[in-house]
Design a protein around this ligand. Structure first.
Ligand code: IMP
Ligand code: MG
Length: 180
């Protein structure tokens, strides 16, 4: 597949994503066997990750989605987390696994973990498809980590810039000329 003209370089290939996500699904299936597992995807970006991850989970589970916003259309985190769409069902007593597309500052995940703990989840863990090295302002324990990438702005596999590029089958570094 040819590279999108706005992409500087590919950081994680589609094949690497599939292999790693399948492996995470196997681990999750082992770890949550016999437990009431609720996978919560963070819209919109994590939808692609959740779709692949859940197809690799071999035990019973439910899926829900939450939409939060910390970015608007810009490419820098505002630090302000806003709930756009809440869960459909209560999480009390359930084992929550938050699936996030990317761990950047960690502000979004910090907020969500706290939020689900307050709602009485039996446990709260995090699966993050990619983690930006050295970008975290919050210490977030990520039990299921996909890939550590450089602290660059990336798109693809659900990740967007101003709502574009989400469908790219790889994770690529966006050319700086696109957002500066
Ligand atoms: P955090 O709260 O700073 O960790 O950022 C969380 C959200 O910011 C992610 O779920 C993404 O939606 C968005 N984000 C952070 N870095 C990037 C990036 O490099 N590309 C696209 N979206 C990003
Ligand atoms: Mg997101």
């Amino acid at each position: 597949m040819s590279l999108h003209p706005d992409v500087e370089k590919v950081l994680v290939t589609g094949q690497q994503l599939q292999d790693r996500v399948n492996e995470l699904g196997r681990r999750i299936s082992d770890d949550y066997a016999g437990k009431d597992l609720l996978v919560i995807g963070v819209l919109k970006g994590a939808a692609w990750f959740v779709a692949d991850l859940t197809r690799a989970i071999t035990i019973p589970f439910n899926v829900d989605f939450m939409a939060v916003s910390s970015y608007g259309a810009a490419h820098k985190s505002s630090g302000v987390v806003r709930i756009i769409k809440d869960l459909d069902a209560p999480v009390a007593g359930r084992h929550v696994l938050i699936a996030e597309d990317i761990l950047d500052t960690g502000l979004t995940l910090r907020y969500l973990i706290k939020n689900f703990e307050v709602r009485g989840a039996a446990s709260v863990e995090v699966a993050a498809c990619v983690i930006k090295a050295g970008a975290q302002q919050e210490n977030i324990p990520v039990r299921y980590d996909g890939f550590v990438i450089p602290n660059e702005f990336v798109v693809g596999y659900g990740l967007d810039y101003a709502e574009n590029y989400r469908g790219l089958p790889y994770i690529g570094q966006l050319k700086q000329s696109v957002y500066s």
